[in-house]
Ligand binder design. Structure first.
Ligand SMILES: Nc1ncnc2c1ncn2[C@@H]1O[C@H](COP(=O)(O)OP(=O)(O)O)[C@@H](O)[C@H]1O
Ligand SMILES: [Mg+2]
Length: 299
């Protein structure tokens, strides 16, 4: 669904240049439910805006659903944004129309695309758990409910890809759980590819794969030991797994090696082992493993 290669984004202002993305690589297979985590300022929104066709990179390659978005003209971008992606962000609810009902709001983008379907709008509201509120006006719903309407709207035109930038940033824990369950259903029942950007490490426990970005590059990856599908198959009779298990044992961490063999060491390991930035490390092979250690003069 997504192939990014060596993405670079430089923001130029009057007197400064900010390198928001510094050669980022990312591949996301069809139907994956994944999260991108990183501290504030690490380039997450920049990446999502590029994937959403809202911003263009300074260099690099981006293919989404086999579409080369950098080659699209204005009309191409409009239909790309309408048909290929759904976008949700922290304050999505601001774009809803307060005096229309929930179901009318969900129908709006379909109407703009020239196909109004009450049945699909109802189905989407059902998927986000708001069937009982379909006739309520938007301004009669809570913030969390409004955000769920916004998520239903993102899928109104059946896009194969849903991009969510800090979708739970402004809601309470209970709503966060509801929203993550909605994303899991979209992925499992509709086959939609879902990319969630967040700085909340807790969220990443509810997805199959997490890509960590640091300083505008993908640095490491966390893979679920057992995919959600396996877990659901396994305890069909039971309640299913906790959405946010207490332990950190759900995912295994991997460091990514790029095309030319570069890797970025996890910062916590560098600090723990006393490896300073811009210094030498020794690399030795032992029994088919590479051992990276701080370099000391005596070696
Ligand atoms: N429009 C812009 N103009 C200048 N700098 C920007 C702009 N948007 C983002 N940046 C800078 O790019 C870097 C990455 O920002 P962003 O992608 O928003 O990070 P994140 O979403 O991970 O917090 C930050 O240093 C930010 O200040
Ligand atoms: Mg952001």
């Amino acid at each position: 669904m997504i192939q990014c290669e060596n993405l670079v984004k430089i923001y130029k202002t009057l007197d400064t240049e900010v390198l928001a993305l510094q050669g980022l690589d990312l591949n996301v297979p069809d139907g994956e439910l994944m999260a991108i985590i990183g501290n504030s300022g690490s380039g997450k929104s920049t990446l999502l805006n590029i994937l959403g066709g809202l911003d263009i990179p300074s260099a690099g390659k981006v293919l989404v659903n086999e579409i080369d978005i950098l080659k699209l003209d204005d009309a191409g971008l409009v239909s790309y944004r309408r048909d290929t992606i759904g976008f949700v962000w922290q304050n999505s609810a601001r774009n809803l129309i307060p005096y229309l009902t929930a179901v009318e709001n969900v129908e709006m983008p379909m109407q703009i695309a020239g196909k109004r379907k009450r049945i699909w709008a109802r189905e989407l509201l059902d998927m986000v758990g708001l069937s009982h509120r379909e006739k309520s006006r938007l301004n009669q719903l809570s913030g969390g409910e409004q955000q769920r309407v916004a998520i239903a709207i993102a899928l109104a035109n059946n896009p194969p890809l849903l991009l969510a930038d800090e979708p739970t940033g402004a809601v309470d824990t209970e709503t966060t759980e509801k929203i993550m369950r909605v994303f899991q259903r979209f992925s499992q029942d509709l086959g939609v590819t879902v990319v969630i950007v967040t700085h909340d490490r807790q969220l990443s426990k509810a997805v199959d794969r997490v890509v960590a970005i640091r300083d505008g590059r993908t640095s490491s990856e966390f893979l679920r030991r057992h995919s959600y599908r396996e877990v659901l198959e396994h305890d069909k009779d039971q309640e299913g797994e906790e959405l946010f298990p207490q332990s950190d044992e759900t995912h295994e961490e991997f460091v990514l090696v790029d095309k030319v063999g570069r890797l970025q060491l996890p910062r916590h390991d560098m600090e723990r082992l006393g490896i300073r930035p811009n210094s030498r490390v020794s690399v030795k092979e032992q029994d088919g493993r590479l051992i990276i250690a701080p370099f000391t003069e005596s070696e």
